[in-house]
Design a protein around this ligand. Structure first.
Ligand SMILES: [Zn+2]
Length: 431
């Protein structure tokens, strides 16, 4: 199957920043982009589409998510963090079953695909249900079963979570023609002991996966770790070997200058989650210092419980404005940098070098924005338009691996009505 998009504006990722082809042509053959240019290509395509007044851009990559937490959306607004977590989130989470996770993951995928996400990195439980949802949908995903331990007598050998993580990797890594990758995860310093964390980093290294963690999200977490271990969470993870494999850390709000240098040295990607950090009052990631140190910074929504949606356009918007206000500097954290975080940097984090940019030979992971909207006119700066003006609802097509998943309100791989009904049924059982 091959498709040619004609008369589209096409956003090209350059070494520094982005350039644009106006009224151009982009060809997709099978899973790959096989043509980009200002003039029509030579060969014939099975299908030709007039994409006048539409912008083609790389699909968005959400690098920190707990997709199934959509079922917790809106619970406990504006409460103190501990109360929100222990009294509102956890009692409902305890009632989650595999069918709940499947229904919730499907719901999350409708939202992500409909707002231009083509790949995401997830950390939660009953992961096989989320994997199956992703396989049905045709989206790309890096899925991890996080390790936590609350029983002091637990060993790595007796850890049910460790066994599940190993099983998940064996069963699904590379599934869906490589659209599914299985990562590993140590949930956080404060939810795991050193022995089990070290053993899990070793296991992940042995099977060649990536390590997905939460890092220094709150001041309390960061300071308690220093009191308990005499070192920061970043140093704790590094000393246990978790950064000796490709790793990525969500939040990184309270990391020290030494931590930032360590992340840069070890090649650990840092995921910025502006909605979640603002909503939970966690603070501002020192993103400017991170970029200057050469850390690969990416963007994520976190779960919908602390966001409250999975719309990457909101993260682009917030990441592009909050640091300017916080630093009293309108030149800080440019939109060309945040868009790179949400695309190319995310692809690097996920270990997917053939995505994240519109380029011949890359996977056709493409989003189209409908420019024929009042709030998107005039277009004096395309990247600024994406980051400061566009909404997730401006997405008019989402394609992953050359397959159209969503177009003009219609989902082509998912049954929207059935998924909404399943979600309503799941919600009745939860509450
Ligand atoms: Zn998280």
């Amino acid at each position: 199957m091959s498709i040619l998009f004609e008369h589209a504006d096409i956003l090209i990722t350059e070494e520094n920043g982005f350039s644009e082809i106006k009224n151009g042509y982009l060809g997709v053959s099978g899973k790959k982009i096989d043509y980009i240019g200002a003039c029509p290509p030579q060969g014939a395509y099975d299908e030709t589409r007039d994409f006048s007044n539409k912008l083609l851009m790389p699909g968005l990559i959400n690098t920190h998510c707990h997709a199934a937490m959509v079922m917790l959306r809106g619970l406990g607004s504006d409460l103190p963090l501990q109360e929100w977590l222990f009294e509102k989130m956890m009692p409902v989470e305890d009632r989650f079953t595999a069918p709940t996770i499947k229904a919730a993951s499907d719901l999350a995928l409708l939202e992500m695909i409909g707002t231009g996400t083509t790949s995401f990195s997830d950390m939660y439980f009953f992961c096989d249900a989320t994997v199956r949802a992703c396989l049905d949908a045709g989206i790309k995903a890096n899925i991890a079963r996080p390790i936590q331990c609350f029983d002091p007598n637990e060993t790595y050998e007796t850890s049910v979570r460790a066994a599940e993580a190993a099983e998940l990797f064996k069963e699904y890594n590379g599934a869906g023609e490589g659209r599914i990758l299985i990562d590993d995860s140590i949930h956080a310093e404060y939810t795991c002991n050193e022995t089990i964390a070290r053993a899990h980093a070793e296991a992940a290294g042995a099977r060649g996966s990536r390590m997905h963690i939460h890092l220094s999200e709150t001041k309390k977490e960061h300071e308690e770790c220093i009191r308990k271990y005499g070192k920061t969470p970043a140093k704790w993870f590094a000393d246990l070997g978790a950064f000796d494999i490709p790793a990525f850390a969500a939040h990184c709000v309270w990391v020290s200058d030494e931590d930032i240098a360590l992340l840069a040295e070890k090649g650990v990607s840092a995921v910025h989650n502006p909605s979640s950090n603002m909503k939970l009052g966690s603070g501002f990631m020192p993103i400017d210092k991170m970029m200057k140190a050469g850390v690969n910074v990416t963007l994520g929504t976190d779960g919908a419980a602390s966001n409250n949606n999975l719309n990457m356009f909101e993260e682009l918007h917030l990441a592009s404005i909050i640091h300017k206000g916080h630093m009293l500097d309108s030149t800080a954290v440019k939109c060309t940098e945040t868009l790179r975080m949400a695309t190319l940097n995310g692809a690097k984090l996920q270990g997917r070098p053939d995505t994240g940019a519109l380029k011949v030979g890359n996977c056709a992971d493409i989003v189209a924005i409908d420019l024929d909207r009042p709030h998107l006119f005039p277009n004096n700066d395309t990247v600024g338009l994406i980051c400061y003006s566009a909404q997730g609802s401006d997405v008019c097509m989402t394609m992953a691996d050359g397959k159209i998943l969503y177009e003009n309100g219609e989902f082509l791989t998912l049954d929207r009505e059935k998924i909404m009904q399943n979600a309503r049924d799941a919600q009745k059982l939860l509450y």
